[in-house]
Design a protein around this ligand. Structure first.
Ligand SMILES: Nc1ncnc2c1ncn2[C@@H]1O[C@H](COP(=O)(O)OP(=O)(O)OP(=O)(O)O)[C@@H](O)[C@H]1O
Length: 309
């Protein structure tokens, strides 16, 4: 049985358009399937957990029609069900996961036909972030988790009125850039320790720490150009002790992946990362934002099957 979880609001209505196209495809009508529409933030997590529990191994795969936020929620719903296969049909505004996995962002019908006729599954290793050790409730992430500037920009972009307008016109990256310019002049640097595979690195004037599974973030920026999907380590980028004007330069060159040569950019690989931020910091995990003082990040020690093209 195919389970469809659809966010019609993803990509400012792209989710609806894409799903309507798929519904007209004759294979959709021939499938044994159940379709669920997300109705509020967090609903995809509840839906995914419920279907995994109710249908168990009768599920062929969960087909997600939506953006990275919907993927994030579904993965956290099936956290306890590592055998559930996930087919992702991108219909969001940022679509960094699709870029990272080389899934087509425009040929959704072709992707759907591939999923139902001759699916190709490949392993993907999600990250897990534990913010509060007392609860032991780790959050899975598909793309990245970031602290500091990156998270403040994500929060500002999520709340901005212009995001909706720009996303509608396919200028999602521009809304991130506008938010970035707003945060650039007010941001205060953080003092933090990053313990990577047991090795402590201290940063006195950190702008941001981003821990990623693949090269992309912020709707197409190549934050770690050489990152490859793997189960062994994350790619960690720390931006420390950099003049404000140079941050702007960094975010111009990031689209071409040239920022990594700046001396203020520290890049390394690690499997286990613990972060302690003296005065606390905003964080973003797959675009969802919050606030924390410390966080423990691990690769999931299992791989999950995700569709590839
Ligand atoms: N019916 C709904 N009403 C309001 N918000 C919703 C609804 N359904 C889902 N959401 C929320 O919308 C968020 C964003 O959706 P999603 O990530 O799919 O699209 P996007 O933000 O356009 O794409 P991307 O994350 O790739 O930029 C989800 O994280 C989810 O919490």
């Amino acid at each position: 049985m195919y389970i469809f979880i659809v966010n019609v609001h993803a990509g400012e209505g792209k989710g609806k358009k894409v799903f309507e196209k798929l519904k007209k495809d004759k294979s959709y009508n021939l499938l044994e399937s159940r379709t669920f529409f997300t109705e509020y933030e967090g609903h995809a997590t509840a839906l995914a957990a419920q279907v995994a529990k109710s249908f168990g191994n009768r599920i062929t795969c969960i087909v997600i029609v939506g953006g990275d936020g919907t993927l994030h929620e579904v993965m956290n719903g099936v956290k306890k069900y590592p055998d559930v296969k996930i087919a992702f049909i991108p219909a969001g505004s940022g679509n960094d996961f699709a870029r990272g996995c080389k899934l087509p962002k425009k040929k959704q019908k072709l992707l759907f036909n591939q999923i139902v006729q001759y699916p190709s599954w490949k392993p993907y290793w999600f990250g897990q972030a534990l913010k509060d050790k007392s609860t032991n409730k780790a959050v899975l992430f598909a793309n990245s988790i970031g602290f500091g500037f990156d998270a403040e920009v994500a929060k500002r972009a999520n709340e901005a009125v212009y995001k909706r307008i720009l996303n509608k016109w396919n200028f999602g990256t521009l809304s991130y850039t506008l938010a970035l310019l707003q945060v650039l002049f007010s941001f205060t640097t953080k003092e933090m320790d990053v313990i990577a595979d047991g090795q402590k690195k201290s940063f006195k004037k950190a702008w941001m720490v981003t821990i990623t599974n693949h090269p992309y973030f912020g709707g197409g920026m190549k934050i770690v150009p050489l990152a490859r999907i793997n189960g062994d380590y994350f790619y960690v980028l720390v931006l420390d002790n950099i003049p404000r004007w140079k941050v702007l330069l960094l975010f111009i060159t990031v689209f071409f992946g040239k920022h990594t040569s700046l001396k203020e950019v520290h890049l390394f690989k690690a499997k286990h990362i613990d972060i302690h931020i003296k005065s606390g910091s905003k964080y973003q995990v797959d675009g969802h934002t919050g606030f924390c003082h410390s966080c423990s990040i691990r690769k999931e020690n299992i791989s999950r099957q995700i569709n590839r093209f």
